[in-house]
Design a protein around this ligand. Structure first.
Ligand SMILES: *[C@@H]1O[C@H](CO)[C@@H](O)[C@H](O)[C@H]1NC(C)=O
Ligand SMILES: *[C@@H]1O[C@H](CO)[C@@H](O)[C@H](O)[C@H]1NC(C)=O
Length: 972
């Protein structure tokens, strides 16, 4: 009995252990199983419980556990489920037992779609090596529920003395013990009686072991049985509660049908009557005179009366004679003191024979006394065998729940046999149709701070009065928000909630309404909130309710992308940041895209919650290194959030991408330039972007024009990989003046930098001496003070030279000290020359020139070095006006004098005036002369003739360079 094909050594051990099942006395393993037998209903699922109740050894582990469910039916034995070493090696298709359950110590076997073949013994065996084992046996019984079929006629006519048969068949049930009983319930008697005239067929066995049985009942129904129902009650083990099936049979009063035989009989009878006319007359007289009172049934009513829906009430009247009858219907509402006539139906004597009428029946057409239009259907009269008559009166009613509930309907039958009349009463119990609530309609996404409408559809109810209450769970409790009852509204939070109703009425008086609650949803108040729509109606015992849960979302706002630095540089790291804010809930996906491709190494941002409004925000950044090719690239910060149908994004295009120019040093070709030989200075400006660039050359700080006088300036443009380059050159033939000139290039690339890029080059011509800068002592020369200006020349190859000083073109002969040429280590000579002089206003803006002449060469090249002294312009000091003589008499001549002193440069303009009169022609101004301070001074005069009274003279001095105006006044 090896129960697995797997030949694992452990398995062998398990098998041996399970097969031998050595005495379990000292085993620590105990199983608990279902109580036997386990009963399972055919085609349903059953569970065979088997669990480890106690085990004190090691813990369970898949490698250390074996489970075997074996099944015995009769003499046959098979395996339902085998589990060893963590492998389910065998299992019935319909058997289920999960490994996880096994490892929890629960070996319960689930059998699905149980059939009769599953009936038998099940053994649950568990083995835990090395020597813990246990087994238990459970019996399984399969039960089958009977299928119950009731056989009957649809309608049975009552009163003909006929018999009816009702059959109740139970089929396919197991176990075979089962029975059926018939019960009759009659409305008038309000009781249920067991029918005893039954016939039970012996149970028959089906091939699958189930049984069939039929219980039949025979009975002869009578008029009183009309309205009865018949039920077959079944008892079987599989029914926990009483089970019955009702027969679909209706009992009706029999109609008279004339058969051929009765036609023949009536012919014979009529012959007999025609023969015996007198006898007939007597018979007729007897017949009319002999009155039989009618039998009146209880008013039959529909099972349920519904507001504004047609209902029929039937009053059966039978077995009366003569055929004279009045059936009246009355209504007595709750508040009415008297019953009111609804309608009346009457059948009178076919001919008026007063002698046969015992009492004259009042038959004046009575009018409807009620305000309602209920009708009595015209009834047909049937004549019975025995000469009596039957009829039924049907009242058609549209009950109104508000008026007619608890009202009484009375059917009164008046017949000559009974002067009192016979009444039957019935009390109306009217039901409304309760509303059907559909699920509350909410918007697919509720947005924070937006208005929301919740719609509660309340359908197909009547009558109209309705109570709607909206609730919400606030602080764990259900609180009403708004109540609506019959047009009146009570809004408990008028600021927050508003309400409206839409209504629709149908022709059958049913109504449908939608109750709509409107409010502004916020995350704080409405996220995860529950709203309830509660509806109360007369048709409902308890209010009906629907609820809806809101999840409020806020969509993220994406700010514009910031770049750091603002003007990104090609090839340098650029950090893009994007702020995403005001979203809810927290879950969000932020992606960076470059031209719709996701950038992989974007940072995962930290999401923070704004404490004020509970919304979330984050700042995502992405580091990129833009290339020239990225000028047109679109960078996107894209956000996906559950509140959004489509992702939102912010875009960034690095339009302001720049690349700084790389400026090489200025080179000279030839490398060692020579006097009067053409040379080219070159500067390479490379890898800049954008293309716009300005290049300017300076020679000794003076901007060079491309007029060809000082050289040819050229530019050549190149473009490589989108970056631009320029080669700027200047070609010239140097003269002695160009020796030691400083050439400077200034490159202005305004997109990348506000400061120009500069390179300088000092042109040193081959074999020429070097002139030092001028030195001044003191450094800041002052007017009227001594100044010494010195310079030196070195690298002179011989002594045959001349040095001279000039002030403008004037050759200076005095104050010059020249040193003797001194031989240096390089075997060249150096000389120092110094000029001493007193600085005066004449030196203002005048060039001082040092000139060097090489006398050894035939063309005697001359080198000039210029300096302009850093002197300032000085405005004049103007003295008070003096008159000579001081007090001239009337008509006496006098002279007004004014001293203008210590100014520089020389240009002064003097205007004398008296009042509005200027004396340009009369005045005289002496030519300014250098004064003791080394500045200019002058005197101005105005000859006048003294007049009577006072005269006001003005002398106005304007110094052009300093733009100083000085005015002096003299009152004579
Ligand atoms: C074992 O599992 C079954 C379902 O798989 C369950 O019905 C039963 O209660 C469990 N038994 C125990 C003891 O946990
Ligand atoms: C039992 O009843 C079923 C259903 O009515 C029927 O199909 C079957 O033939 C019956 N069995 C026997 C043995 O009559």
């Amino acid at each position: 009995m090896g129960w697995s094909e797997n030949s694992l050594p452990f398995l062998v051990q398990v098998v041996v252990a399970l097969v031998t099942l050595a005495p379990l006395s000292e085993s620590k393993l105990e199983l608990s199983v279902s109580q036997s037998p386990v009963e399972v209903i055919y085609n349903e699922s059953g569970i065979l419980q088997c669990a480890i109740a106690e085990f004190t050894g090691s813990t369970l582990n898949s490698k250390n556990l074996g489970v075997l469910w074996s099944f015995t039916s009769g003499t046959k034995k098979s395996k339902a489920f085998v589990y060893t070493s963590g492998v389910i090696s065998e299992a019935w298709k319909e058997a289920e037992l999960l490994e996880s359950s096994i490892l929890n110590g629960n070996m319960s076997l689930l059998l699905k779609h149980v059939t009769f073949k599953h009936t038998g013994q099940y053994q649950c065996e568990v083995f835990i090596p090395p020597n813990d084992k246990a087994s238990k046996t459970i019996k399984l019984e399969v039960l089958a529920r009977p299928t119950v079929t009731v056989v009957s006629e649809k309608t049975v006519e009552v009163g003909k003395g006929g018999e009816m048969v009702l059959g109740c068949q139970l089929s396919g049930y197991y176990p075979c013990e089962g029975s059926a009983e018939w019960f009759q319930s009659t409305p008038s008697q309000a009781e249920t009686k067991l029918l005893t005239d039954i016939c039970i067929t012996p149970p028959v066995k089906n091939p699958d072991g189930t049984c069939n049985v039929t219980t039949e009942v025979r009975l002869e129904p009578r008029i009183e049985d009309i309205g009865s129902t018949f039920k077959c009650f079944v008892s079987h083990k599989t029914f926990t509660e009483p089970f019955f099936v009702e027969a679909l049979v209706t009992l009706k009063e029999a109609e008279i049908r004339l058969s051929t035989r009765s036609v023949v009989a009536s012919v014979i009878v009529s012959i007999i009557f025609s023969v015996a006319v007198i006898a007939l007359g007597i018979f007729l007289f007897m017949r009319f005179h002999y009155k039989v009172a009618p039998k009146v049934s209880q008013i039959q009513r529909p099972a349920q009366l519904i507001h504004q829906e047609l209902a029929e009430f039937t009053c059966q009247v039978s077995g009366y004679r003569p055929n004279v009858i009045t059936i009246s219907w009355y209504l007595k509402r709750c508040n009415d003191t008297e019953e009111k006539l609804i309608s009346e139906w009457q059948e009178d004597y076919p001919f008026h024979l007063s002698f046969i009428m015992g009492k004259k029946i009042e038959r004046a057409g009575k009018k409807n006394e009620t305000d309602i239009e209920w009708k009595v259907k015209a009834a047909s009269i049937q004549k019975n065998y025995d000469g009596t008559f039957s009829t039924s009166s049907i009242l058609e009613v549209y009950p109104d729940i508000s008026l007619d509930n608890e009202a009484e309907i009375i059917c009164k039958v008046i017949h000559p046999s009974n002067s009192e009349g016979i009444s039957r009463k019935i009390c109306l119990k009217i039901d409304g149709i309760p509303p059907k609530l559909a699920d509350i309609i909410k918007p697919p996404v509720v947005h924070h701070n937006n208005s929301v409408m919740l719609t509660c559809p309340i359908n197909f109810f009547k009558p109209r009065p309705l109570k709607v209450t909206w609730h919400k769970i606030i602080a764990g409790k259900k609180r009403p928000l708004l109540k609506y009852a019959n047009e009146a509204e009570n809004n408990l939070y008028p600021g927050k909630y508003s309400h409206c109703m839409s209504e629709f009425s149908y022709p059958d008086c049913t109504h449908s309404v939608c109750s709509m609650l409107l409010f502004n949803a916020t995350i704080q108040e409405d996220d995860n909130s529950q709203y309830f729509c509660e509806v109360g109606h007369i048709g409902l015992k308890n209010p009906a309710e629907k609820h809806v849960q809101l999840n409020v979302k806020a969509y993220p706002s994406v700010n514009a992308i910031f770049s750091e630095p603002v003007n990104p540089v090609i090839g340098k790291e650029l950090i893009l940041t994007c702020k995403v804010h005001s979203f809810y809930p927290k879950n969000i996906t932020v992606q960076w895209l470059k031209n719709e491709d996701i950038i992989m190494d974007a940072e995962t941002p930290e999401i923070v919650q704004n404490s004020k409004n509970e919304l979330y925000e984050l700042t995502s950044s992405c580091t990129i290194t833009p290339m020239v090719s990225d000028l047109q690239s679109k960078y996107k910060c894209q956000v996906q959030h559950e509140s959004l149908m489509y992702p939102r994004f912010a875009e960034y295009i690095p339009e302001n991408l720049v690349s700084f120019p790389k400026v090489s040093e200025i080179t000279c070709d030839p490398a060692t330039p020579e006097l009067e030989k053409e040379l080219t200075l070159t500067c390479r400006i490379s890898d800049f972007y954008p293309e716009n660039i300005q290049i300017e050359w300076f020679r000794n700080d003076v901007r060079m024009n491309n007029d060809g006088k000082q050289g040819r300036i050229m530019e050549r443009s190149l473009c490589e990989n989108g970056l631009h380059s320029k080669i700027a050159t200047i070609t010239l033939t140097p003269s002695t003046d160009d020796h030691q000139a400083e050439y400077r290039i200034e490159i202005c690339h305004s997109k990348s930098s506000t400061k120009p890029f500069k390179q300088c080059y000092e042109l040193l011509l081959k074999g020429l001496p070097k002139f030092s800068e001028f030195r001044m002592e003191p450094e800041n020369p002052l007017y009227g003070k001594n100044l010494s200006v010195s310079t030196s020349v070195c690298g002179i190859s011989h002594k045959n030279i001349t040095v001279e000083w000039y002030k403008a073109s004037e050759h200076i002969k005095h104050g010059i000290t020249n040193s003797e040429p001194m031989l240096t280590n390089e075997n060249t000579y150096t000389i120092n020359s110094c000029l001493n002089f007193t600085v005066t206003a004449e030196d203002f803006e005048r060039e001082l020139r040092f000139q060097y002449k090489d006398n050894s060469k035939t063309d005697r090249p001359v080198f000039k070095r210029l300096i302009q002294l850093p002197l300032k312009a000085v405005p004049p000091k103007v003295s008070e006006i003096k008159c000579s003589p001081a007090h001239p008499k009337k008509g006496e001549k006098a002279i007004l004098t004014c001293n203008v002193e210590h100014f520089c440069p020389m240009d002064v303009h003097v205007i004398w005036s008296k009042g509005w009169t200027e004396y340009k022609d009369k005045q005289s101004v002496e030519t300014p002369k250098i004064d003791c301070k080394g500045l200019y001074s002058t005197v101005t005069n105005l000859p006048i003739v003294a007049n009577e009274g006072t005269a006001e003279y003005t002398c106005e001095v304007w110094h052009a360079k300093t733009n100083d105006i000085i005015e002096k006044m003299y009152i004579l």
